[in-house]
Ligand binder design. Structure first.
Ligand code: E4P
Length: 217
């Protein structure tokens, strides 16, 4: 199970990297805008800064929605740094672009995936990662975790090497449940990673150990 952080915030990326558990980063245009990163040059520079902090894959999303535009943008993004994975939307042109990138040695993450059929197409097109958005499904009263299970079953049936990157994670139980189902990667805000640390019995136990140590010294 790989852990990616889902943010464009450099401080949070550093904090997760310093924890020693980080395998990569996912971003999207909304996460960039949240950090006030606007304009093509600033966005490209920001991707380079992220790559300098982490050792693993960094997903950078194309803005174009036509085939040619996606190819040009994807080439530019992937030439920025060897860690860049081009994030492509799950639309017809995106699938065509994913096939092109796969045939030309450019790694991809097919994003905005909400159904098993979409995940099947992404794998057929040679995507390296597929990103099912489980939180957004839960938000509309649809079982996001069930989608992860269905994709796992389909990929295992045929030995697809596309990695299931569970996205739109909202809380720690999403992380635990995705691990049980066998998602290859989870991408999550820093808060959910830090929330995994928490247990009141750990805090009480540590307090008592320290109290008892002091009694004997
Ligand atoms: C993943 O790559 C997406 O950036 C992200 O997980 C979307 O999460 P949200 O539904 O919380 O915006």
């Amino acid at each position: 199970m790989k852990f990616f952080i889902d943010t464009a915030n450099l401080d949070q990326i550093k904090e997760a990297q310093d924890l020693g558990i980080l395998d990569g980063v996912t971003t999207n245009p909304s996460l960039m805008a949240k950090e006030g990163i606007t304009g093509k040059k600033n966005i490209l520079d920001h991707y380079k800064k992220i790559c300098d902090i982490v050792d693993g894959d960094v997903s950078a999303e194309v803005i174009a929605t036509d085939y040619k535009g996606m190819i040009n943008e994807g080439k530019e993004l992937s030439s920025l740094h060897k860690q860049i994975v081009v994030k492509v939307p799950m639309i017809k042109e995106g699938i065509k672009a994913t096939r092109y990138f796969s045939d030309n040695g450019i790694r991809t993450n097919v994003t905005l995936v909400f159904s098993p059929g979409q995940a099947l197409l992404a794998a057929k097109a040679g995507a390296n990662y597929v990103s099912p958005f489980i939180g957004r499904l839960d938000d509309v009263s649809t079982d996001g975790l069930a989608l992860i299970s269905e994709i796992r079953e389909i990929y295992d049936n045929y030995g697809f090497s596309t990695e299931i990157l569970a996205a739109s994670i909202r809380h720690t139980m999403h992380i635990v449940d995705c691990s049980k189902i066998g998602a290859d990667v989870i991408t999550t805000p820093l808060k959910s990673i830090l929330d995994l640390l928490k247990h009141p019995l750990t805090d009480i136990g540590l307090e008592n150990f320290l109290k008892d140590y002091k009694k004997g010294n």
